[in-house]
Design a binder for this molecule. Structure first.
Ligand SMILES: Cc1ncc(COP(=O)(O)O)c(C=O)c1O
Length: 379
């Protein structure tokens, strides 16, 4: 059997990783400023994480949600305390798409409606509901396309005001759009969305799968706007590589047996990973580090000429160029051994570990400037 060929890949095979570095099978060392799509939050192979997962595997790796798993309660408690959402409840699942899928279901169960408002360039995942609210027709199969979703221009307060009414079930928005280009939801847009959802009885869902878990320099990026969403979805950095997702649920939502469910969600290993991540984020002040190192990188980038725009918050940074960013990314990777990501054609996307150090940021900045200067002079 061969693999179903859906991923364009680089011919590099990482076999070992530590902190912000990975090594390939020829022992070449790379600086990882992408964290495998924003997943590596506390750093690769963090000793506390490795110890906790190993210990757990030797005790019990899995049992279903038909028994008490007190680690789920520990995870919920620690997440509530660190994020400032102690009064919310937690539903555990396995991925970002699944978190959004469950959030949309909860919203619809709650107010009995089905119309959802989503935004241009949104990405919420690939399962049925999540892909239906994703603004990319090429990944929506006919079976997933629906009339229930209305797409509005991102950050457009007037358009949102006009579209809202008593038929709207939910508004779903990323605090910072990732795949769409590292576009920050403006504070007045989020505040208006909150007000309008309250006015019309709609549910406000903040997809924090990519921008959450400390990446923005606050635990959740919407906390810059001072709002409280009804539902917050998370995944990616939550498990530092172990698949885990979650929905943080406002107390007004009523739970009942069977309303939601999953076989794997909240299993012992996932909880061990999730708890270890929260312990390290807290112990090592990684949210503060993301804010500090992120600000530093963004300020430095703004001094480099021939960059069109720098967007983002904390360690979620988009660097847009006039032309394609692809040659720059390739040069960073193959000549300087630095992994970065992309958003669309012209934007480099940085999503490093929240523990990234300033010396690594400097290494990246120096090499990026060299590449830009060289290419600019050559033109
Ligand atoms: C904002 C956002 N939501 C949802 C998802 C889907 O997450 P997953 O790939 O874990 O299903 C992603 C993945 O990139 C994302 O960036």
């Amino acid at each position: 059997m061969k693999l179903f060929d859906v991923y364009p890949i680089y011919n590099i095979e990482p076999v070992r990783a530590q902190g912000s570095y990975v090594w390939d099978n020829e022992a070449t060392k790379y600086l990882d400023l992408y964290g495998g799509h924003a997943v590596i939050s506390i750093g690769h192979a963090h000793p506390h994480y490795v110890e906790k997962l190993t210990e757990q595997l030797n005790k019990i790796g899995f049992y279903s949600n038909s028994v008490r798993i007190s680690m789920q309660e520990e995870l919920a408690e620690k997440l509530g305390a660190l994020s400032g959402y102690q009064d919310y409840a937690l539903f555990l699942c396995n991925s970002g798409a699944e978190a959004n899928e469950n959030a949309l279901k909860l919203a619809s169960f709650h107010n009995g409606r089905k119309k959802v408002i989503a935004f241009s360039k949104a990405f919420h995942g690939r399962t049925a509901g999540a892909v239906a609210v994703t603004d990319n027709k090429s990944i929506v199969a006919p079976i997933n396309s629906t009339d229930h979703v209305q797409f509005l221009p991102f950050n457009d307060v007037a358009a949102l005001e006009q579209a809202m009414n008593e038929e709207v079930c939910a508004v779903i928005v990323e605090g910072i759009q990732g795949v769409g280009g590292v576009n920050v939801s403006s504070e007045d847009f989020l505040q208006k969305a909150r007000q309008l959802c309250d006015k019309y009885g709609a549910v406000l869902i903040l997809d924090s799968v990519q921008c959450g878990y400390g990446r923005s320099g606050k635990f959740f990026s919407h906390q810059y706007a001072g709002i409280h969403p009804d539902l917050i979805t998370t995944a990616k950095g939550m498990g530092n590589g172990f698949p885990i997702g979650g929905v943080l649920i406002h107390p007004k939502f009523k739970a009942s047996y069977g309303l939601l469910g999953t076989t794997f969600g909240g299993n012992h290993l996932a909880c061990a990973a999730g708890i270890a991540v929260l312990d390290v984020i807290k112990e090592e002040n990684l949210v503060e580090n993301a804010a500090k190192v992120g600000d530093y990188i963004m300020n430095q980038l703004k001094t480099i000429s021939n960059i069109k725009e720098v967007r983002g918050r904390g360690l979620m940074i988009g660097i847009e160029f006039e032309g394609s960013a692809d040659p720059i990314r390739k040069e960073l990777l193959f000549d300087h051994h630095i992994f970065t990501g992309a958003s669309g054609k012209n934007t480099i996307r940085l999503l490093p570990s929240l523990a990234l150090q300033r010396k690594d940021a400097d290494h990246f900045l120096e090499n990026l400037e060299k590449i830009i200067t060289k290419n600019y002079i050559m033109k």
